[in-house]
Design a protein around this ligand. Structure first.
Ligand SMILES: [Zn+2]
Length: 191
């Protein structure tokens, strides 16, 4: 049920609030949802109890990031309160890890337990990577007006339009095709 299509953890996290047929759909409805999301993102928590207040904090953090992203895309100044919220989660160090090299490849060895604080810090950190100027990839929102999912366009041509070809790309193509087809038959009928 979660989609990890954004190419960035913070954006994937924002995409836990989605839209279908004009209605907002909340995918983080419980502490369990939050844990499952973290697992799916490769940031699974290690034996830590997640409390209701953690879920509340997660939703606050998500709202702040979404506010910052929306301002960014609209070329508007962000709300200071959103920046303040994000900053609350940036104070926790994310870098307690070690780069290792073995058998011809690099890997990260985590030296800390994956706590909820660390998860939030990773999300917040990842959000700053989208917001800072001079980033390699462009922040975009799905071109389907009925969809609100965010992603980073990592394509070489910078032409990525859809959150996912399967979810939105095809659907819109099909509906455009139907529209064209319908107009054609209407014309024919008028003749
Ligand atoms: Zn979409």
């Amino acid at each position: 049920m979660f989609v990890y299509i954004a190419g960035n953890i913070a954006l994937d996290f924002c995409n836990t609030e989605t839209k279908s047929r004009g209605e907002t759909i909340e995918l983080l409805n419980s502490v369990t949802d939050l844990k499952l999301w973290a697992e799916g993102a490769g940031l699974g928590l290690t034996n830590h109890k997640v409390l209701k207040k953690d879920l509340d904090n997660a939703l606050d953090l998500r709202q702040a990031i979404k506010g910052l992203l929306a301002a960014r895309l609209a070329h508007e100044d962000p709300r200071q309160s959103d920046i303040d919220t994000l900053n609350q989660y940036l104070v926790f160090p994310v870098a307690e890890q070690e780069l290792k090299y073995t058998g011809g490849s690099f890997f990260i060895k985590k030296n800390v337990q994956q706590t909820i604080e660390l998860l939030f810090a990773q999300i917040a950190q990842s959000a700053t990577e989208v917001l800072l100027d001079g980033q390699k990839y462009t922040l975009k929102q799905c071109a389907n007006p009925a969809c609100i999912l965010y992603f980073l366009d990592k394509s070489k041509t910078q032409q990525r339009k859809w959150c996912s070809m399967v979810i939105c790309g095809n659907r819109l193509k099909v509906s455009n095709h139907h529209k064209r087809h319908k107009t054609l038959s209407d014309d024919e009928a008028a003749r």
